[in-house]
Design a binder for this molecule. Structure first.
Ligand SMILES: [Zn+2]
Length: 372
């Protein structure tokens, strides 16, 4: 009894601790709200009593993480999965700091959709929104990512799938777009003495210049190369947005602004006095200028094409039957498949997404794939 009295706190903590461990071992989902396990982890738990299925599932995943297929800008694919031929594929994409990666599968939790870095570390996985699985990932630097799409076993469907990027922010000049940017990051300035640390966006004098996100006007100045300039601090991350050569500003320091609010008007103050009116737009992270283009460059959501004929048993037809990294005849050839059998796992435009008999995936033009 003396012992219990002396150590009752330690004993209670120990009992609580053991209780937590036992609960985790018996019913791990109880801790989901704290541990936030990935979709993959949650799904893998359903195989506890089925080691053979788990092995099959993991083998399919291993195929996806070695895939060499590339996405240059975007892709919209009709992906095909069945009990006997479950879909699995990886797509590698180069993401620039400032872009938002978006991947979407039009299905209701019957797929695992995730982005990983090339060391296989999970960056993000999809969330269910309006009966679609949508993945969003915002990189904090330039990064290569692998997007893994894997159908849950026993799913049978043909489903729309998209990968694309969007700019993190809205456009800084009202009603204008990409074509108004006429001088980019890195262009020579000051007779080669310095490099252009922003984008020049052209519009008629007195055209509205607008905030690109929610933030605070942190500084207003009229001096130096930039002339009349407004600085806005992004509320979310502290990045500074720099708008220079304005003809006039119409905000005050400390103002809160929303995306689309007019900050001032296009001009040619500062060292732009001999150039046509434009805004020099820059972004600074921790005091360093970064290329603002990926943050504002507008992109389009790719559209799904019509379905190509599906052959349950297919093969390469032997006539320059190239397996390519992308659905384009300009893209790198992975392998000439000659007359090998292939499994069709999807299609986009006139291209089949296939997997060869040795497990390599890529794209083949429909003219070189035939029914076996
Ligand atoms: Zn400039």
């Amino acid at each position: 009894m003396q012992f219990l009295k002396k150590y009752w706190i330690s004993i209670s903590v120990l009992i609580l601790f053991v209780g937590i461990i036992i609960t985790y071992l018996i019913y791990p989902a109880f801790f989901n709200f704290i541990l936030k396990p990935s979709q993959r982890t949650v799904y893998e738990r359903s195989f506890t009593e089925k080691p053979v299925e788990l092995k099959r599932w993991n083998n399919l995943y291993s195929l996806a993480i070695t895939d060499q297929t590339l996405v240059s800008n975007s892709i919209a694919e009709n992906v095909i999965t069945s009990n006997t031929k479950p879909f699995t594929a990886g797509y590698i994409i180069d993401l620039k700091f400032g872009e938002v990666l978006i991947a979407q599968v039009d299905a209701n939790n019957s797929w695992i959709l995730e982005a990983r870095d090339l060391n296989n570390k999970l960056l993000a996985d999809s969330r269910l929104e309006n009966n679609k699985q949508i993945l969003r990932f915002i990189p904090e630097k330039d990064i290569k990512a692998s997007i893994i799409l894997q159908a849950k076993l026993d799913t049978q469907s043909t489903t729309n799938f998209k990968i694309y990027t969007a700019p993190r922010y809205d456009f800084p000049v009202a009603g204008k777009g990409n074509t108004a940017i006429q001088s980019f990051w890195g262009a020579s300035r000051g007779g080669g003495s310095r490099s252009h640390e922003g984008n020049d966006i052209f519009a008629p004098k007195r055209h509205p210049v607008v905030a690109i996100t929610y933030g605070t006007v942190s500084n207003i100045r009229n001096r130096g190369l930039g002339g009349k300039q407004v600085w806005v601090k992004d509320y979310d991350n502290g990045y500074l947005h720099y708008y220079a050569h304005l003809d006039e500003w119409i905000v005050s320091e400390g103002d809160m602004v929303w995306s689309g609010d007019t900050l001032g008007y296009i001009g040619n103050t500062g060292n732009a006095k001999n150039t046509p009116p434009h805004v020099h737009f820059g972004i600074y992270k921790n005091g360093n200028a970064v290329d603002p283009k990926p943050f504002i460059w507008q992109t389009q959501v790719p559209k799904n094409s019509s379905l190509l004929p599906y052959h349950k048993e297919a093969k390469a037809n032997g006539f320059a039957a190239n397996l390519r990294k992308e659905p384009s005849s300009n893209s790198d050839i992975i392998q000439d498949l000659k007359t090998e059998p292939v499994t069709i796992i999807g299609n986009t435009g006139n291209w089949y997404h296939v997997r060869s008999s040795n497990g390599t995936s890529g794209f083949m033009h429909n003219s070189v794939v035939e029914k076996q």
